[in-house]
Write a protein that binds this ligand. Structure first.
Ligand code: DOR
Ligand code: ZN
Length: 333
């Protein structure tokens, strides 16, 4: 087997780059691996209008030349058709729906997708993609994603002219729903949901750095996600949901949700596909299907992975990364 693995330059369709003094380091970490990243808007205040979106994109470009930020804004029922047009003109590619209170900075979210009904005609016109954090507020945490599927499926069927992405799917039920829905529906899958189950988080010692939303589920759910990622079905593509929180915000009495996978995202993803004997499926999953769904050109150029043992650092920019201290086999050059 060759010691090199050449991939088309990849995209990550779901990242958190945060703001202020933390932003440059997180953006650089992404730039080492990905050509483009879809940047989530759950800041305080949120990215929800055109000027703020443009400023945020400029700050990312300045911090990480070479990384192309694809911008998402927080899609709230209060956004007007004029706002949507301005956001699309400012370069937004997606609006992100956060149900109320389900994750970091999702206060003032929506409680039911149908609240967005009055905006759907404008969304269709602007060609914006609707990205959904697919969890129903108020439902038992292991069942939140499944409970969201009904309103999601209804909305996606009613609006075949709008593209929907169910973000970071974590259940077999979500994989099934996305598979069965029309070509206007796709899903992102994270690295960590391909690898862990709830037992890795709370089944032995409590692992706060694996705590995320949606919470990792059952072995059979993980299996369904792996099969979807290896299926060559263009509805499923990579979005890491890399979500850094500083060490003290994770190792405390009320820890934040989020797995900081960026410092090993491409390397560990390669290992997952390699270990499963599915190397040929990685290029489309990480560098093809997402771009196609977003109607973006696939990236020119390649990235080289070499077979070299290395250890994920214990801490990166004040954050404990996914797989901290673990050995990996593939290294990005
Ligand atoms: O675990 C998560 N962390 N899930 C999300 O949806 C948001 C993210 C964050 O922003 O920290
Ligand atoms: Zn996220």
């Amino acid at each position: 087997m060759s010691a090199d693995w050449i991939l088309p330059r990849p995209d990550d369709f779901h990242v958190h780059l945060r703001q202020g003094e933390d932003l440059p380091a997180y953006a650089m970490e992404a730039a080492r691996r990905f050509a483009r990243v879809l940047v989530m808007p759950n800041l305080v205040p949120p990215v929800s209008e055109a000027a703020g979106l443009g400023d945020y994109r400029d700050r990312i470009r300045l911090a990480a030349p070479g990384l192309e930020p694809l911008m998402a804004f927080k899609l709230l029922p209060s956004v007007s058709p004029e706002d949507l047009l301005a956001l699309a003109r400012a370069g937004a590619v997606a609006g992100k729906v956060y149900p109320e209170g389900v994750t970091t900075n999702s206060e003032n979210g929506i409680s039911d997708l149908r609240e967005l009904e009055p905006l759907m005609a404008s969304i269709a016109k602007t060609n914006l993609v609707v990205c959904c954090h697919g969890e129903k507020p108020g439902v038992f945490s292991m069942e939140r994603e499944e409970a969201f599927l009904e309103e999601f499926s209804e909305m996606a069927c009613r609006h075949g002219d709008v593209r929907f992405v169910l973000e970071h799917v974590s259940t077999a039920a979500a994989v099934r729903a996305v598979t069965e829905l029309g070509p206007n529906v796709a899903a992102t899958i994270t690295l960590h949901h391909l690898e862990i189950t709830l037992d890795d988080v709370v089944g032995g010692m409590l692992k706060p750095h694996l705590f995320c939303k949606p919470i990792a589920k059952r072995p059979q759910d993980r299996q369904a996600l792996r099969e979807a990622a290896f299926s060559a079905n263009p509805k499923f593509f990579f979005g890491s949901d890399s979500a850094p929180h500083r060490k003290d915000r994770k190792e405390c009495a009320a820890g934040c949700a989020g797995v900081y996978s960026m410092p090993c995202a491409l390397e560990a993803l390669a290992q997952v596909f390699d270990d499963a004997g599915q190397r040929d499926k990685l290029p489309d999953f990480v560098a093809g299907f997402g771009a196609d769904f977003y109607r973006l050109p696939r990236n020119p150029g390649t990235v080289r992975l070499v077979r070299e043992d290395w250890k994920v650092p214990e801490i990166v920019d004040g954050v404990v990364p996914y797989k901290a201290g673990e050995a990996l086999r593939w290294k990005v050059i």
